[in-house]
Design a protein around this ligand. Structure first.
Ligand SMILES: [Zn+2]
Length: 405
């Protein structure tokens, strides 16, 4: 071992190498700092007097499978210039940690390809040590996002524990990045976001969201002049939920065994976009059979497929005519769920048509939600909510595996 190897392999410089010990499978280096090389940690003055030493051990990156440490008696000095009495700085480690910075960097690097559990096992430390290293790195990079460039955003809530706990997610629709994760849902969850946004002086032009009043008022109050777009993703999701309710009700009421069976098998087919029906699996045929059995289901299905065309119109004039036509047909259908949907769309008409002013949709939010769902199946989200929220912020980077213990 040499002083130069200590530097190149472990990032330790400015110390004298003393010896290497091998204890119960561990490799332990001892290094030394000459008192004359010490400076005041507060003012940088070299005019210091020795006031003893503090024994410390820091974990380094392992040598093969062997855990490796460095022992150092950190000098304490009294500064003649500023009067401070303190341990001198340790440039290769954070004095509050039990490991060196090089170990931290290595753990982060491994975390790009391995789970926290695997990194911890490989490095011989606890799961919490690796989680804390990742949490600090995430906080450094994501805790204070730059919001100045934000123009188009989507706001949505996600359930993280069966209906009991929610988080509110704000997505930058131009970059796809998650820019804010708030606790809970509704206007209250967004409060810290408005505060940061004001500080950033961002000029938000448009916000995509669902038709529920939860965020609507908060956005009109805090973002005057921003357009609210009730977006395609949420509108179709709402319609699909209603369509499922209708199918369920018909299934419940059906007395014929065959009819029951056919209705049961069409659950997903009804929600699928018609162009995505799998011909090889006879999906179109199965769906048509079910629709032939029940007129209201057929009407609802075709109106669902039709509503998708609202977002494919050549411009606002056509979009307006299409939407009003659709609402009329829904009202005239005599089917309760369609009439309800027609009423809802009529009440949110201007926010729906706003799509033709700024063509945004929460579509990217769906991908984000799916990734969060994968994450929340892992227990760590519930052990450390702040860590979970930071993980959501980093969800679109491949820097970490999104897998917990
Ligand atoms: Zn000093």
């Amino acid at each position: 071992m040499s002083t130069s190897l200590l530097y190149h392999a472990f990032g330790i410089r400015g110390y004298t190498y003393r010896r290497t010990d091998y204890q119960s499978g561990h490799v332990i280096f001892t290094i030394h700092q000459e008192p004359q090389a010490c400076r005041c940690p507060a003012c940088g003055s070299a005019d210091v007097q020795s006031r003893g030493r503090v024994e410390r051990r820091f974990r380094l990156v392992p040598i093969g499978r062997r855990a490796t440490f460095v022992d150092l008696a950190i000098p304490r000095v009294q500064c003649r210039a500023c009067g401070v009495v303190r341990q001198v700085a340790v440039p290769f480690a954070d004095a509050r940690r039990t490991y060196a910075r090089s170990f931290e960097r290595y753990a982060l690097e491994l975390g790009r390809r391995m789970t926290i559990k695997d990194v911890a096992a490989h490095l011989g430390v606890s799961w919490d040590v690796i989680k804390d290293i990742q949490r600090r790195d995430l906080a450094r990079r994501f805790a204070k996002p730059k919001l100045k460039h934000l123009r188009h955003i989507a706001i949505d809530e996600i359930a993280i524990a069966k209906g009991h706990r929610y988080l509110t997610v704000v997505l930058d629709l131009d970059s796809g990045a998650v820019v804010f994760v708030g606790d809970g849902k509704g206007a209250k969850a967004l409060k810290p976001f408005w505060k940061r946004l004001r500080g950033s002086k961002a000029k938000i032009e448009a916000v995509a969201m669902d038709m529920s009043p939860a965020y609507r008022e908060a956005v009109s109050t805090n973002l005057r002049g921003a357009k609210i777009v009730f977006d395609r993703f949420h509108v179709m999701k709402l319609f699909n939920d209603k369509l499922s309710d209708l199918r369920r009700a018909l299934h419940r009421e059906a007395t014929d065994v065959l009819q029951k069976k056919v209705l049961k098998g069409t659950r997903w087919l009804l929600l699928k976009a018609s162009e995505n029906l799998d011909e090889e699996k006879d999906e179109r045929k199965k769906l048509e059979e079910a629709l032939a059995l029940n007129k209201s289901l057929a009407v609802a299905y075709y109106l669902k497929e039709d509503l998708r065309q609202f977002w494919e119109q050549p411009g606002k004039v056509f979009g307006t005519a299409f939407l009003d036509g659709w609402i009329k047909r829904a009202e005239a259908s005599g089917i309760k769920i369609l009439q309800q949907m027609g009423k809802t769309l009529a009440a949110h008409r201007s926010g729906l048509l706003a799509y033709y002013d700024v063509m945004i949709t929460s579509g990217p939010m769906e991908g984000t939600n799916n990734k969060i769902k994968t994450m929340k199946r892992q227990a760590y989200g519930f052990r450390d909510q702040e860590f979970f929220k930071l993980k959501i912020r980093a969800i679109h980077e491949t820097r970490y595996e999104l897998i917990g213990p």
